[in-house]
Design a protein around this ligand. Sequence first.
Ligand code: NAP
Length: 329
Amino acid sequence: MNAPANDIRNVIIIGSGPAGFTAAIYAARANLKPLLFEGLTRGGQPGGQLMLTTEVENYPGFPKGMMGPELMSLFREQAARFGTDLIQQDVESVELGSRPFKVTSDGKTHLAQTVIIATGASANWLNIPTENALKGYGVSACATCDGFFFKNKEVIVVGGGDSALEEANFLTKFASKVTLVHRRDALRASKIMQERAMANPKIAFEWNAAVDEIKDPAQKKVTGVVLKDTRTGQKRELRCDGVFVAIGHTPNTELFKGKLGLDDKGYIVVKDGTHTNVPGVFACGDVMDHKYRQAITAAGSGCMAAIDAERWLESQHAAVPGKAAAPVA
Ligand code: NAP
């Protein structure tokens, strides 16, 4: 086995959502002694998008549900238990042009044989002040996560693309009425999604309308929205109990532009599981998946990335066993 210098890591993982922590659990248990950068960009805390949700009811193994932040703290604990080194810092830059790869954070450069990227994606928000105050209290960017809480309630969905129509359709399973609020008078979504939404008696449409304000932060719940006509500027109120923002996601790939193959929306392109176009660099979770975007699928791909990295290291005879993994109870 070609033993690299001690200060070259087998694996550096960037990102601390379900994908990153699962990759860490698998890499650590494979005795690769991974280093994981948790990142602090999102509201100054690690943990990915689940830190922004309240109760997670669809993660298998937790029949009574689990609060998103609590679930992430369990992921983290499990990654640490097997010897993952954790650094709570944003990565500032990466150099992937030659090996060992270089990952720089807080002015310090770390070297690695493989890099697993799990930086996720961020939901686009309307960026109006009341939206932020009510996130988790009736304002959501994930109908799959939060739709269940709106049984027999009235909600709005903002957006006119496939995501918005998919969310609107999904929400009709719970809500008594779903109003789709779109800033134009024509939808961007595919024809089939449009037809399905228009045929759904529970879905109403508000055309040429932008959400100007969400009420009522003082009550810590959503009681309605102020809609502004995008042509005339006229404002009026619409009562509702929830606001789902579905105006697209942006993958967190700023660090990798020009260094890795990205698709036209900025997602990392992977093939054969989680391999990027740079040998030894892997991607998992929402940073490479705009289709499923679930905690469980992200975790699954994190596992795949760790296995892909392990096998790649073996093929290069480059792995250096770390500390022995803690015994499994
Ligand atoms: P998208 O296609 O980019 O649509 C975003 C929508 O949000 C557009 O209607 C846009 O309005 C609106 N919007 C953007 N910024 C806004 C703002 N600040 N205020 C109000 N409205 C705003 O994004 P997406 O719907 O998330 O879809 C992303 C990709 O995933 C697409 O390629 C889509 O086809 C795909 N997708 C497919 C499926 C499926 O096939 N089942 C499901 C989900 C997503 P304008 O139209 O005026 O620009």
